[in-house]
Design a binder for this molecule. Structure first.
Ligand SMILES: *Cc1c(COP(=O)(O)O)cnc(C)c1O
Length: 341
């Protein structure tokens, strides 16, 4: 058994989730007959305070269905330069929706109301229509945007007639960090995607939520992209169990991330900014003469610890339901001994 810090996507489903899969009542979801998928969509949209929901295989598909449904070809959309939509979705906004991306560059990856005012296109005949603002919370850099900043962005977007899509892959990590009901975050968007397959611990899937008209359109586009799945209750059922239990799981992951970050900060040669540890992600650097990151990762792997390097001297460790406090103590001990060599 490996201790796997690469991502919160690496969890394997618990017995309870597997039992739910075994017991799931299924039908043909393309006919709207899969009771379990329907129940998941209703549960998710209730929790997120939106009219309707759509079960989808991945967060990427959710974001792309949102862009397809909110825009026309040739439009421009405003996104963070390091957002998942821009950096990790294979150029899909251009590939699928034919839209142009206006990327916002801020060192903390936030988007502020002023950025939207600066990025919106005037009605000049040479310029594209701006039709959508995409926000992300929690951010891929592991930090969480406060509600007031999201609210200001939403207000500005609405004044400018933009729709707002939230990539909330880790929205429950954000709401847990902010200690608010998740609806306080989703009040600041028209549509939202979140992942069941990350900190929630389900094996597959995401849910896209929004108003009924938007979801009906997205449901058609999901079919067009080959995402019309059939007896989908088999994979929707663990999502229901996971969604009903997220509070405990996510809180525990955050406690473990803080524990790991504090332990790392005490190690010689490790530099870490504890103020950026908001959710289940710990970013740190190692500054030691002659330090070889590939050898470090190999050494960890040799000791049954899987991890990813981000850049030559920087690392991201992610906590999740399959990482325990004992795993962290063991890992710290291995890193400490390695750095002392
Ligand atoms: C993981 C993630 C997604 C979606 O990823 P999939 O692997 O397609 O499910 C989207 N946005 C962010 C910020 C993510 O971290």
């Amino acid at each position: 058994m490996f201790i796997d810090f690469r991502s919160d996507t690496v969890t394997t489903p618990s017995l309870e989730l597997r039992q739910a899969m075994f017991d799931s009542i299924v039908g043909d979801d393309v006919y709207g007959d899969d009771e379990t998928a329907n129940a998941l969509e209703t549960l998710a949209s209730n929790i997120l305070g939106k009219e309707d929901g759509l079960f989808i295989p991945s967060g990427t598909m959710g974001n792309q269905l949102a862009i397809l449904s909110h825009t026309n070809r040739g439009d421009e959309i405003i996104c963070g330069a390091n957002s998942h939509i821009v950096s990790h979705e294979v150029g899909a906004p251009a590939l699928l929706s034919g839209v142009n991306v206006r990327a916002i560059h801020n060192s903390n990856d936030f988007i502020y109301s002023d950025d939207i005012l600066n990025a919106i296109r005037p009605s000049d005949i040479h310029e594209p229509f701006t039709s959508l603002l995409c926000l992300e919370n929690a951010l891929s850099n592991g930090t969480v945007i406060p509600i007031d900043i999201m609210q200001q962005c939403y207000n500005t977007a609405k004044q400018l007639n933009l729709n707002v899509h939230l990539d909330g892959a880790r929205i429950f990590n954000a709401s847990t960090y902010l200690d608010v009901d998740v609806k306080e975050i989703t009040n600041c968007c028209d549509s939202v995607t979140f992942c069941l397959s990350k900190g929630l611990g389900a094996p597959i899937g995401s849910v896209l939520c929004g108003n009924k008209k938007f979801i009906a359109k997205a449901r058609k586009y999901r079919k067009a992209l080959g995402g019309g799945m059939r007896q989908v209750g088999v994979i929707a059922s663990p999502g229901i169990v996971a969604l009903n239990q997220y509070k405990k799981t996510i809180l525990n992951d955050h406690v473990n991330a803080t524990y790991l970050a504090n332990k790392l900060s005490n190690l010689k040669y490790v530099s870490i900014d504890l103020s950026t540890v908001h959710i289940n992600m710990v970013f740190f650097k190692i500054n030691k003469d002659g330090f070889d990151p590939d050898d470090f990762i190999k050494h960890l792997l040799h000791n049954n610890i899987k991890s990813n390097g981000l850049s030559p001297d920087s690392f991201r460790f992610v906590t999740h339901k399959d990482i325990t406090k004992d795993n962290i103590d063991y890992t710290i001990d291995i890193i400490n001994k390695y750095l002392a060599l």
